[in-house]
Design a protein around this ligand. Structure first.
Ligand code: CU
Length: 130
């Protein structure tokens, strides 16, 4: 009896792993935020000049962009979001000197396999921050 219980739990484990693999597979082909500069949720002492987001895979320049909004929801970036010429997984946008406050970076991209993803994150400009 014990033997069968063991086999059963192993079987469940294998099935769980299998389902997880199937469920994960499409996500491997999507472009998600890998890391950003300024870092997601971080506070920086000075206005960054530009925002950079690295994605987990290459994205389509024509269908990918990001925008930066202040706490009032006003768009503050220079509307020049573009792919880095050297890296098709790095999206950039310029910003003027940002006043102290919290900013939201919203991005939506289409990866080279045509899948659409989007997201947003915040960072704060806080003079005196080390
Ligand atoms: Cu995909």
């Amino acid at each position: 009896m014990k033997h069968f219980e063991k086999a059963g739990s192993l079987q469940r484990w294998v099935i769980t792993l299998f389902l997880f693999a199937i469920w994960q597979a499409p996500a491997w082909a999507h472009a998600f935020l890998d890391h950003a500069e300024p870092r997601v949720g971080s506070a920086v002492a000075q206005s960054p000049g530009e925002i950079k987001i690295w994605f987990t895979q290459n994205i389509e320049a024509a269908f990918s962009s990001m925008e930066v909004r202040d706490a009032q929801g006003k768009q503050v970036d220079k509307k020049d979001s573009h792919l880095d010429p050297q890296s098709k997984s790095l999206l950039l946008v310029s910003v003027p000197a940002l006043a102290p406050g919290t900013y939201t970076v919203a991005w939506h991209v289409i990866s080279v396999d045509t899948h659409k993803t989007q997201g947003h994150f915040e960072f704060t400009v806080r003079p005196g921050q080390k």
